[in-house]
Design a protein around this ligand. Structure first.
Ligand code: PEP
Ligand code: CO
Length: 452
């Protein structure tokens, strides 16, 4: 980290001397540089002190005293940013968090993939659409998914639009989480109508009723509930993949209190499975910011390389600094995870281990849509928990893609979505997301793993 031990050669721009994977080919360097200048002069989205609070909270997760729920869109969209959509996403995350907390007695650290999750790493730089080769869609921060050369050409003004939409989203999230909406007395209001009528919605209602009873009991005992701030607002943090380094650099600021650098585009950012090369630009950039950071760890991860990454990104061994987000695929966790956990444990890095049961369980349905099976998602989480239990380590978190909308993007679980009805309401900008019912169902199941 940028503290005393860090090589002094680091600057917010030092990544530029290295190879950066997954960067768009911006057609006009001058236009890009104008946008970078503009972004650098705009206010930060988050404050250094908030990022430090998140590191502290994640430190509790690393110690086995709390659980991380990181959830939201695969890719946020410039076309879907209404207040209702943001509110509904928050509702389902709050529902999941309260379900997990109530059932397990473990506090939940809530982090959204939101207010900045606009850029996607892709397997190929181009794709064929109707016989025409087009640059691949890289997320609304870069280009548009419509099938034309013009739409697919990277446009740096999109970085500004992404910033502005993030500001608006975060403003609403702050209002919702601090201004009464997240008050525990509103626990019933987070249950959306299409969820409330379902089995898992009813199950949630009974948890909510028990919470009401507990609050009435405390009040009857003379506890001043109005004075208890944690009952009335929640800490909700933002995150996204730090992919487009020009954007991240432009939002990196020196904290006036500590003199350290923070990437003020979000409370925490992660690097993907495709951009975690030790000697490349993304790792260089992350090594100098003080935010808590995540690293996606997939089947190609070699234990010694992951330990080297931890040494590079967490030289001071700060609890909560690093979250390793495991994504191996159902049936494949046992092959990869134990050796990684052992190696990281032996290295002494107090990391959070989180499970992303989405990204290695994607496949194409007959109709061509990308989808995931709820059962695969559940079984990857189950394997993740079982392995941590066997090794005596803490299964610290869940990292998932969801939406509050009633979409039909993932197959199975409650609601009987199958391949034939995937197209009923398939609206994702990138990967298939769990809908609100599937997400709540997953939370009840994970709560059972946590409790046992
Ligand atoms: C993602 O989280 O959306 C993603 C692309 O993940 P990964 O880097 O694990 O493939
Ligand atoms: Co995704």
């Amino acid at each position: 980290m940028a503290s005393s031990q860090h090589p002094t050669s680091w600057t917010p721009a030092s990544w530029r001397a290295l190879d950066a994977a997954q960067q768009p080919e911006w057609p006009d360097a001058g236009a890009l540089s104008d946008v970078e200048g503009r972004l650098s002069s705009l206010p930060p989205l988050v404050f250094a002190g908030e990022a430090r609070s998140l590191t502290t909270a994640l430190g509790q997760v690393a110690e086995g005293k709390a659980f991380l729920l990181q959830a939201g869109d695969c890719a946020e969209s410039f076309n879907e940013s209404s207040a209702d959509q943001i509110r509904d996403k928050l509702k389902v995350i709050l529902q999941m968090a309260i379900t997990l907390t109530y059932a397990s007695g473990v506090p939940v650290v809530k982090v959204g993939r939101i207010a900045g999750q606009f850029a996607k790493p892709r397997s190929n730089p181009t794709e064929m659409v109707d016989g025409q080769e087009l640059p691949v869609f890289r997320g609304h921060m870069v280009n548009d998914e419509s099938a034309s050369i013009l739409a697919r050409t990277p446009d740096p003004t999109r970085l500004l639009t992404a910033y502005n939409q993030s500001v608006a989203t975060l403003n609403l999230l702050r209002a919702f989480t601090k201004g009464g909406f997240a008050d525990l007395s509103h626990v019933h209001a987070w249950n959306q109508e299409f969820v409330a009528t379902s089995g898992e919605g009813q199950r949630y209602e009974s948890v909510a009723a028990e919470i009401d009873r507990a609050l009435r009991f405390m009040a009857a005992c003379g506890i001043d509930l109005a004075a208890e701030g944690s009952l009335h607002h929640v800490d909700f943090f933002t995150s996204h993949e730090a992919l487009i380094l020009n954007y991240e650099e432009a939002l990196t600021r020196k904290d006036s209190l500590t003199g350290d650098y923070y990437d003020c585009s979000a409370h925490t950012v992660w690097i993907g499975d495709r951009t975690r090369q030790l000697d490349h630009a993304h790792v260089e950039f992350l090594s100098g910011i003080e935010n808590p950071i995540g690293i996606k760890v997939g089947p190609t991860a070699v234990p010694a390389d992951i330990v080297a990454l931890c040494d590079r990104l967490d030289p001071d061994r700060v609890p909560g600094r690093l979250t390793l987000i495991a994504r191996f695929g159902a049936g494949k966790v046992r092959k990869h995870l134990p050796a990684l956990i052992e190696a990281v444990r032996a290295s002494g890095h107090p990391v959070v281990w989180a499970c992303d049961p989405m990204h290695a369980n994607t496949f194409s349905a007959e109709g061509g849509q990308k989808t995931r099976r709820f059962d695969d998602i559940l079984s990857e989480v189950k394997e993740f928990f079982a392995i941590h239990r066997e090794l005596g380590t803490w299964p610290g978190g869940l990292h998932i893609e969801l939406t509050g909308d009633n979409v039909t993007e993932c197959i199975g679980g409650v609601g009987e979505i199958n391949e034939a009805n995937l197209s009923d309401n398939y609206t994702t900008t990138c990967d298939p997301r769990l809908n609100a019912r599937q997400s709540l169902d997953l939370a009840f199941r994970v709560a059972e793993f946590l409790r046992s």
